[in-house]
Ligand binder design. Structure first.
Ligand code: GAL
Length: 376
């Protein structure tokens, strides 16, 4: 699997001091921590991370979520490019997955069942006949512990969560860590680390929605997408993998060279019908540093996605319907945001030929995903 070397570079580069709420640091880097509310007796905080150029990332320990990414367009105008809510109530009652860390098993498990060493485990069903994103009270909906990591080169927040044995039906007590770093290159670096005390399954991701026009400003059909993947994972009508791994060549799923998301989305192609558009895992070629890019020609904003995982779920907001009113009172309409969720394939615990998602007690799962923003 591809290794990500970026963090090593960052660590060697040295330490520039910054402290939480310390506006008088030598550089502009700042982390602000504010009370956002209380959920099931636990304090929810909003962390505002500002990098050297004054670009802003907001994250919260409710679901370890990204709620705001403010980056410039090619004229220097800054705008938030991710879905979220201005208020605590909006967030708690809003879409369960916007910006969240999703686990213990991101995406679907068929009929909510899987077996390990002859023991069958049953999960709560929350997506028709299947289990989606770790179940109804998965990691997106719990309050994590959150702390500002001091004396790092860039603003950094560490979220930790203890997922108890049999939480949502998954075996093993699991210690989960998600560390967010907001670099001076406008990179969100997410480092995941998980350990378990019992054999279990794991597929962790971040579920941020992006619109490079600015969140709530129209749809993403003009966004030009590249995914460095020669193969994708076809699904049935309940979005469970059929077991086939299909080459993208000659299909509307070929994003090995750039295409606007909307260019072929209405073609009469079986997988576009099942997914109601793109809602599929791509098997990353993992040959180059960058695995996917999204470019929005009007603003000139570019987002690059870098991952060490075997796949990425490309979801283009087919289930959005305008009912969620987000930042600035803007509705999040049909296909107004896209997700590139790095991780394993859906339903892997029931597909022995897919890369394994089993985690054993003597192992440490470590993975890094980077979302990098620039203009061109
Ligand atoms: C995506 C998934 C979609 C939908 C969405 C949440 O990860 O691929 O099918 O469930 O999450 O609305």
């Amino acid at each position: 699997m591809k290794k990500i070397h970026l963090l090593a570079t960052i660590m060697i580069a040295g330490v520039i001091g910054f402290t939480s709420c310390n506006q008088s640091s030598k550089n502009k880097q700042v982390v602000k921590k504010e009370n956002f509310g209380v959920y099931k007796g636990k304090d929810v905080f909003l962390f505002t991370l500002t990098n050297k150029d004054g670009n802003v990332l907001k994250i919260t320990n409710f679901g370890a979520r990204i709620t705001w990414i403010e980056v410039p367009d090619k004229a220097g105008k800054k705008e938030n490019v991710t879905f979220g809510f201005d208020t605590y109530d909006g967030m708690i009652n809003g879409d369960p997955y916007f910006g969240a860390v999703v686990g213990r098993y991101a995406n679907r498990i068929a009929k909510g069942k899987f077996s390990l060493d002859g023991t069958e485990y049953s999960l709560a069903l929350n997506n028709g006949v299947n289990t989606l994103h770790g179940g109804p009270t998965g990691w997106h909906s719990v309050v994590w512990d959150g702390e500002v990591v001091e004396k790092t080169e860039f603003p950094t927040i560490k979220f930790t969560y203890k997922s108890p044995d049999m939480e949502e039906g998954y075996p093993g007590n699991m210690d989960v860590e998600a560390i967010y770093t907001w670099t001076d290159k406008n990179e969100i670096v997410i480092d995941y680390k998980c350990t378990t005390d019992k054999k279990t399954v794991l597929n962790i991701t971040n579920h941020a929605y992006f619109n490079l026009h600015g969140a709530g400003n129209g749809d993403i059909l003009d966004h030009e997408l590249v995914i460095k993947a020669s193969t994708f994972v076809p699904v049935d009508s309940t979005l469970i993998p059929t077991g086939e791994l299909r080459p993208v060549t000659g299909t509307p799923f070929d994003f090995t060279t750039h295409h606007p998301v909307g260019e072929r989305i209405s073609e009469n192609y079986d997988q576009l019908v099942y997914g109601k558009g793109y809602d599929h895992t791509y098997i990353l070629d993992n040959k180059e540093e960058v695995d996917a890019t999204v470019y929005e020609p009007i603003s000139g904003r570019l987002m690059e996605v870098i991952s060490d995982q075997p796949g990425v779920q490309f979801y283009c907001g087919n289930f959005l319907n305008g009912k969620r009113i987000g930042h600035g009172g803007k509705p999040y309409n049909f296909r107004s945001g896209l997700c590139l969720e790095t991780g394993h394939y859906p339903d892997s615990p029931n597909h022995p030929d897919f890369p394994t998602t089993v985690l054993n007690p003597n192992e440490t799962f470590k993975s890094t995903t980077i979302y990098r923003f620039s203009v061109k």
